[in-house]
Design a protein around this ligand. Structure first.
Ligand code: AMP
Length: 190
């Protein structure tokens, strides 16, 4: 069992590398952003509520996000491990995640932090918005998401450093090279 958090600002490549890691290490890929987008597309009550926050570039409130976490963990009881992508995003979420995983005796093993500068993020996300049509990938909302990342999510770097779990990886460059660096870290540690 291995549980990995893939961490970083929006547009740092968390989703791309999570998909590859899930396949290589046979982990369940838990992306709260993907879950919310699925719920929004299906116009469920959760999706309708989440959309109010997502479209403005704000975080979905912790209680809703934690509900999604708990129901996914319950549904995926037999998973060989998890890759948490875009979760946790607040200290409260991180504490709840620790609490749930510790109860099950399957703690987070490692937190991979992808480091990408703001200018690169804005360029990547504006481009992604043109291709994907994601409502939150436009320059005004991207800047808001970056602000929220700095204020509410970046403090988790300290939280996981104190737990001795944080590994920084340069997230700029060729995807395959970055992925190799991530895998080397995982293979060296487990
Ligand atoms: P992502 O696909 O991870 O970039 O998430 C897209 C949007 O979904 C974010 O900008 C938030 O509005 C919302 N979201 C996803 N995960 C979380 C989370 N863990 N906590 C709060 N909001 C989230």
């Amino acid at each position: 069992m291995i549980n990995i958090v893939i961490f970083g600002p929006p547009g740092s490549g968390k989703g791309t590398h999570s998909i590859k890691l899930a396949e290589k290490y046979q982990l369940f890929h838990l992306s709260t952003g993907d879950i919310f987008r699925y719920e929004i597309n299906n116009k469920t009550p959760l999706g309708i509520e989440a959309k109010n926050y997502i479209d403005k570039g704000n975080l979905v409130p912790d209680d809703l996000v934690i509900k999604v976490l708990l129901s996914t963990l319950e549904k995926q009881k037999n998973a060989k491990g998890f890759i948490f992508d875009g979760f946790p995003r607040t200290i409260i979420q991180a504490q709840k995640l620790d609490e749930e995983l510790n109860k099950k005796g399957i703690p987070i093993n490692i937190v991979i932090s992808l480091e990408v500068n703001d200018a690169e993020i804005i360029t990547r996300l504006v481009k992604r918005g043109l291709d994907s049509g994601r409502s939150d990938d436009n320059e005004t909302i991207i800047k808001q998401r970056l602000e929220i990342y700095k204020n509410q999510t970046a403090p988790l770097l300290d939280y996981y450093t104190k737990q001795n779990k944080l590994i920084n990886i340069d997230g700029v460059g060729m995807i395959d090279n970055i992925f190799t660096n991530i895998c080397n870290i995982i293979d060296d540690n487990f």
